[in-house]
Each structure stands twice: as structure tokens, then as C-alpha cells.
Design a protein around this ligand. Structure first.
Ligand SMILES: [Cu+2]
Length: 180
């Protein structure tokens, strides 16, 4: 009887140890740990997945987030190849990120690959995917105070991008706006 109980306890401990070592290995492999965007603070990493939706649509999830200045955004492609590109004259677009911010362009990100950018300057950042912008593959990130560099009206964007772009109000209210 006692032996059986001890054996059960040993098995539970062994399983717990395996789970713990496994989690530690995953953390080491991924480097900095991702956090829930809703609780992100300076120095954290939040992930935005670049996905293929239904009926040949492409989406970022979350499509809108609020983060504190100094947060790193990790764009990970789940299906298909995408870019995460800041709306900036360097890429032939009207400026839709804070003037003082460094523009970024991930280049093509294949499935399973990631691109990271750390956002320090406060304001509203809009970005797009070069091959899928007109299909609504865009996103918005509010860093700190949105009034520091307010959002630019999205109605002139091509295709279904204007409908896809979440409002600053929705982002501030929810901190995380999921793709539909
Ligand atoms: Cu895309």
C-alpha cells in the first residue's frame, strides 16, 4: 500500500520535473519570453501572428495593440510569406508612423520565421504587408500616448485596408484588438 503511494508520488514528481525542464528549454530556445500584449511593459516582447484567413484573406492577429514605449514587437509568419512594413516615404508610402521613429521593413518573412522591431517613440504606427496590403493585411500599434503622433485617416488606403484598420479608440479601450 505504502509502496504504491510512494510510486504514485514519484511518478507525479518525475512528470513535473520533465515538464519544468521542457519549459525551460523552450524559453532558452526562444530567447526573450513573449508576454500577453494586454500586460506588456517596457522591455517585453509581444507577438503578432501573420496568418492566412478564410477565402484568401490575410490578417495580423492581433491587428491592433497598445504597448508601452520600449516594447519589442515580434512579427511571426504562420502561413504564407508576408512583410511587416511601416508606412513611410522610404517605402513609397505616406507617413503613418511618428516622424521621429525609425521606419522598418521586415522583407519577406516565410512561415515559421519572425522579424522584431522595438518601438521607443510614442504615437500611432500603421504598417502593412507589401504583397497583401490591398487585401486588408495591415495593422496598427499605439505606443504610449497616441496624441504624441496621432493616427492618420485610413480612408485613402487601397482595397480593403481602410475597413481592416482598427480605430485608436478600440485599441485604447481593449489594448488588444483581434482580427475578425
Ligand atoms: Cu501578407
Amino acid at each position: 500500500m505504502t509502496d504504491t503511494r510512494n510510486w504514485k508520488r514519484f511518478r507525479i514528481l518525475a512528470i513535473a520535473a520533465i515538464v519544468f525542464v521542457g519549459s525551460a528549454a523552450v524559453l532558452l530556445a526562444e530567447g526573450q519570453q513573449e508576454v500577453d500584449p494586454a500586460g506588456a511593459e517596457n522591455g517585453d516582447v509581444v507577438e503578432i501572428e501573420m496568418l492566412r484567413g478564410e477565402e484568401f484573406t490575410f490578417v495580423n492577429d492581433p491587428i491592433g495593440i497598445y504597448v508601452e514605449p520600449g516594447t519589442t514587437i515580434r512579427f511571426t509568419s504562420v502561413q504564407a510569406s508576408h512583410t511587416a512594413t511601416a508606412y513611410h516615404p522610404d517605402y513609397g508610402k505616406d507617413l503613418r508612423i511618428p516622424e521621429a521613429a525609425e521606419p522598418w521593413d521586415s522583407g519577406s518573412v516565410a512561415p515559421g520565421q519572425s522579424f522584431e522591431v522595438t518601438l521607443e517613440v510614442e504615437g500611432v504606427y500603421d504598417y502593412y504587408c507589401k504583397p497583401h496590403e490591398h487585401l486588408g493585411h495591415v495593422g496598427r500599434i499605439v505606443v504610449g500616448d497616441p496624441d504624441a503622433s496621432p493616427a492618420v485617416d485610413a480612408s485613402d488606403l487601397p482595397g480593403s485596408a481602410p475597413d481592416a484598420m482598427p480605430s485608436v479608440a478600440a485599441i485604447l479601450e481593449n489594448r488588444v484588438v483581434s482580427a475578425d
